[in-house]
Design a protein around this ligand. Structure first.
Ligand SMILES: *Cc1c(COP(=O)(O)O)cnc(C)c1O
Length: 452
């Protein structure tokens, strides 16, 4: 089973070639397709099955039961629109079994990933020396950062009971922040905000009203909330955190990519104060799943907290030059790691930064155009102004059930994948733009489909 079967290779490469050249890729159906585990019955056997048959089952039965997150019609949650170059290079990573765990084994991976990370750090305004690693996603990026933040906070404040250190977060922080704090057994000071934007004045008010503000050792801000695209007051929160020696973490899993937007970059200026910052290239930076860029202002702090200590791993840290400080596994939760930053690196290097700026900008422009279409229409209205590339709007007179029926109908008809969201308790429609090939005509079709 370790021999290369050239014929099977051709079949698989043909599949990949066909998929890569489909433009647009079919939206497909996800769970709305009636698929039963029965379809796979007997496939795992002692003797092994004919690969052609298994691949055919994948092609005809399994693949259509996945909504293509890279379709221009995928406008739910946060879509993913990997460039063709990034997909091609992901295949190179797969075929080479490229490992990216440590400098000792994988300096060729680490040096390229670090080039991409340094580029992102510089765009974010972080000082020279900032760095980190590519981890599996924003959730793990947040958990890794907050683990470091917690331990740094505890070390700085021996007078605080270590079980009592807290972070200030806004009620609109991503659910993965709450989950990370749950894992870390750290409580949050949840700050009430005005219009869902976490500001310095809201933080100051919350601390003033809290019986134990001295326990707060960190502040978590969001650069682009997932539901609404709102960028917190990074400048205000960041300067406050600096002045009070609090850890400042910025979750930019989705909206951090706006550092590539010529028109909106300025909103993210305050990123330069971050002690840790994450952005998911698998969201708005057009890399395949799963990939999060995790950056620390002072990587040595993260290394101290997160490097795994084991006798068989000591050799990873005993190199005789500084490069041995660059073990991706020292910056995140996981040890073994595929070279998941390389598809992004290759795409950025080959497409050029200007193409990224253009593609990020395009999604924002489409959100702004959509806002105009909605304002001009009678049957729909904006819930709040569009932010970054996200549009929240309502169909007058619809209840939750009607939105759900409509959402299913849109997918069944292969028009788009749009799922309702909630805003202040009300079920509303939400469009998350990201794919550069999503068109105004598609938006019109979606809005028109809500007429009756
Ligand atoms: C998507 C998202 C996350 C979680 O990232 P995953 O890559 O899905 O784990 C965290 N924060 C924000 C703001 C997000 O949009």
């Amino acid at each position: 089973m370790f021999d290369y079967d050239e014929k099977l290779g051709e079949v698989v490469f043909d599949y990949c070639r066909a998929r890569l050249s489909e433009d647009p890729v079919p939206l497909d159906f996800g769970s709305s397709l009636d698929i039963h585990p029965e379809a796979l019955r007997g496939l795992i056997s002692a003797q092994g099955e004919d690969p052609a048959r298994v691949l055919e089952i994948f092609r005809t039965t399994l693949a259509p039961a996945v909504v293509s997150i890279d379709s221009p019609g995928f406008l739910a949650f946060i879509p993913n629109a990997p460039t063709k170059n990034s997909l091609l290079f992901d295949m190179v990573v797969a075929c080479s079994g490229l490992n990216g765990t440590s400098w000792l084994e994988s300096s060729g991976v680490v040096v390229a990933e670090n080039q991409a990370l340094e580029f992102l750090a510089e765009r974010a305004g972080l000082p020279e020396g900032a760095g980190g690693a590519f981890v599996s996603g924003g959730s793990i990026g947040n958990l890794s950062s907050l683990t470091v933040a917690r331990d740094v906070g505890r070390a700085k404040h021996p007078e605080i009971d270590p079980r009592r250190v807290r972070f200030a977060i806004s009620a609109d922080a991503h659910s993965s922040i709450g989950k990370a704090l749950h894992v870390l057994d750290v409580e949050a000071l949840i700050v009430e905000t005005e219009d869902h934007r976490f500001t310095r004045s809201a933080l100051e008010a919350a601390l003033a009203n809290d019986p134990h503000p001295e326990n707060v050792v960190g502040v978590v801000a969001t650069a682009g909330t997932t539901n609404a695209g709102i960028v917190d007051d990074l400048e205000g929160l960041g300067t406050f955190a600096r002045a009070h020696d609090l850890w400042f973490h910025v979750d930019g899993a989705y909206g951090g990519a706006a550092i590539f937007s010529p028109s909106h970059r300025e909103l993210l200026r305050g990123l330069r104060h971050a002690d840790s910052f994450i952005v998911d290239p698998h969201k708005w930076l057009f890399a395949p799943l799963d990939c999060c860029a995790l950056l620390y202002r002072e990587p040595r702090l993260a290394r101290k907290v997160l490097a795994q200590q084991a006798s068989y791993l000591d050799v990873l840290h005993e190199g005789d030059d500084d490069h041995f400080d660059w073990n991706p596994s020292d910056f995140g939760i996981q040890l073994s790691r595929r070279a998941r930053g390389l598809p992004f690196w290759f795409s950025l290097a080959t497409n050029g930064v200007a193409a990224y700026e253009d593609a990020v900008e395009r999604a924002i422009t489409l959100a702004e155009a959509t806002e105009r279409f909605i304002n001009e229409a009678e049957h729909v209205e904006m819930v709040r102004p569009s932010s970054l590339s996200i549009v929240l709007f309502r169909r007058l007179g619809w209840d939750a059930e009607r939105y759900n029926e409509w959402s299913k109908w849109l997918l069944r008809e292969q028009i788009a994948f749009v799922t309702p969201s909630k805003w202040e308790g009300e079920t509303v429609a939400r469009l998350a733009f990201l794919h550069p090939n999503t068109t105004e005509a598609m938006v019109h079709q979606i809005l028109d489909s809500m007429r009756d």
